[in-house]
Design a protein around this ligand. Sequence first.
Ligand code: THU
Length: 163
Amino acid sequence: MQHKELKIVYKELALDELNAVQKNLIKLAIAATQQAYAPYSEFYVGCALQMRTGEVLSGSNQENAAYPSGLCAERTAIYHAGHTYPNGTIIEIAIAARSDKWKTENPVIPCGACMQAMIEYEKKQGSLIKLLLYGNDAKIYQLSGIKDLMPFQFELKVQPERG
Ligand code: THU
């Protein structure tokens, strides 16, 4: 038996330690929470994506009376980007949340399904996507790639040719 260990490296920062592009991305993620449709959970999530070419796209959670039919902010945003810029490269994603009912002081960590969805885009574009997770006490977690959040992920690999 072998014991193995995985280490996740992330930074905890204050808002004023970010550069102007990152501050803007967080501002847009916070603004995107206003477009969330979350009458069931009352937990409003916003997500903003920075494309390499300068464009910024956003998304928010969209709920449904049939609960599992709703979609998280991260997947709304990333699929929006995949559709709008099918050959584009996402360089950074900011996520924010607000709620009067639930605590949002600490940065919101994307759910497992959103991690898996975002990792797919790292693979598709062949480069890491940086992540900024914003908490309302202005504490920010910064990761250098989505795959750091989910080091083990499901992937389909083509079988080598059988001869
Ligand atoms: N939600 C997100 O949009 N992103 C996350 O990372 C976690 C949860 C949404 C889903 C649902 O609309 C609400 O937050 C409460 O779970």
